[in-house]
Write a protein that binds this ligand. Structure first.
Ligand SMILES: [Zn+2]
Length: 114
């Protein structure tokens, strides 16, 4: 099985108690994209298309939600922005030249960039 590792650099700001702004500097779309990660009383949701696809899943955390969790551990209640790196592994298609397309996210890990 082949895997591809993708690194996403994001800048996380706390907007208020239940809302964060996550700026994805190298998004899947190739240019910076800003998303809002929000607590809705029983779970965190994100405004990105990836989250929308999985919105039925209670536990789903897109990379922006992961970045937010990691950022909170560092900044607590501070309103300062923090740069966070999220590493995701994608399983690749076998053969037929479609290797560039990631199918399923296998594992995730989050690292803070100092
Ligand atoms: Zn997201």
């Amino acid at each position: 099985m082949q895997y591809e590792e993708k690194r996403f650099t994001m800048v996380v700001y706390r907007i208020n108690e239940a809302e964060f702004s996550v700026l994805s500097l190298n998004s899947t779309f190739g240019k910076p994209k800003q998303y809002v990660v929000k607590w809705i009383g029983y779970k965190w949701i994100c405004s990105c298309p990836d989250y929308a696809k999985h919105s039925e899943e209670m536990e789903y955390a897109c990379k922006h939600i992961e970045a937010m969790f990691k950022a909170v551990r560092k900044i607590g209640w501070s309103r300062d922005g923090i740069e966070v790196e999220v590493v995701r592994k994608y399983r690749l298609f076998n053969g037929n030249g479609r290797n560039a397309e990631a199918v399923k996210e296998e594992t995730t890990s989050v690292e803070v960039v100092a």
